[in-house]
Design a binder for this molecule. Structure first.
Ligand SMILES: NC(=O)c1ccc[n+]([C@@H]2O[C@H](COP(=O)([O-])OP(=O)(O)OC[C@H]3O[C@@H](n4cnc5c(N)ncnc54)[C@H](O)[C@@H]3O)[C@@H](O)[C@H]2O)c1
Length: 242
């Protein structure tokens, strides 16, 4: 039975992805800095295993791979989903906040790929997905670190796809506004306004992103690699003009 590692799996898109993959027959190592990840894994049954780990730590990644190997087996699929974000314009952002976003979003993906690569390519059929964002491609206010790292993730995916194909398929998804705890501080009126910016006139649900990630880890996406796939309700193609 195939084994996947999903980061940031205690809640939101990561949790929905772990749940979807379990339903599709995978065994899943759910990882998160939030200790609640062990409870979330327990709720998913015997094919799930929770590991508390920080994606920004190379040492934690070694432990994740060892524990996933011991409990479930070699890693066949990797979903890099954890994030750090800090909402300040560049002139107000501290170097520490900038660095943490690089460490989690970009260096975390590097550590994760580096740690899992031997497992992923061992049988010539590895799969990986990085959860980027529409911020990779569009100028929105107050998130310079987040946007830069999300764009970096799409570049990393293209490089890794070219380097390790055909033994590894790796793709990015770029979600638009998805109803998760990331939006907890946003008013319902502002959420609805964000939803109306999409062609589908609503925010997305974590399960709708999870479904695309699960597709990209499955045999059904066998001729897709190095791609960046929007899951944004058409947010990227909708513009307003008087
Ligand atoms: N929700 C949206 O509207 C939206 C839009 C575009 C892209 N995304 C992307 O989707 C992904 C998931 O976002 P979400 O909305 O589910 O977020 P979320 O905040 O609900 O969940 C993120 C999870 O990541 C964990 N995490 C944070 N730092 C970590 C670290 N250093 N190591 C391990 N785990 C860590 C958190 O504890 C949390 O459980 C992110 O990459 C985000 O950039 C989300």
């Amino acid at each position: 039975m195939a084994v996947a590692v999903v980061t940031g799996a205690a809640r939101g898109i990561g949790q929905a992805t772990a749940q979807n993959l379990i339903g599709a027959g995978w065994q899943v190592a759910l990882t998160d800095v939030d200790p609640q990840v062990t409870e979330r894994a327990a709720e998913l049954g015997g094919r799930a295993h929770g590991i508390v780990a920080d994606v920004a730590s190379a040492e934690d990644w070694q432990r994740v791979v060892t524990e996933a190997n011991d409990r479930l087996g070699p890693v066949d699929g990797l979903v890099l989903n954890a994030l750090a974000t800090d909402a300040h314009p560049l002139h107000e952002m501290t170097p520490e906040a900038w660095q943490r976003q690089l460490d989690v979003n970009l260096t975390g993906a590097f550590h994760g790929l580096r740690a899992c690569l031997p497992d992923l390519v061992r049988e010539g059929e590895g799969r990986a997905v990085i959860v980027s964002s529409v911020h990779a491609n569009f100028g929105l206010l107050d998130v310079p670190g987040y946007a830069a790292t999300k764009a970096g993730q799409t570049g990393l995916v293209r490089q890794v796809a070219a380097q390790y194909g055909p033994r590894l398929r790796i793709n990015c998804v770029t979600p638009g506004p998805i109803r998760t705890a990331l939006w907890d501080g946003v008013s319902e009126a502002d959420r609805q306004r964000s939803g109306r910016q999409t062609a589908l006139a609503r925010m997305g649900e974590p399960e709708e992103v999870a479904e695309v990630i699960a597709f990209l880890l499955s045999d059904r996406s066998s001729y897709i690699t190095g791609a960046t796939i929007p899951v944004d309700g058409g947010w990227s193609i909708t513009k307003d003009s008087a």
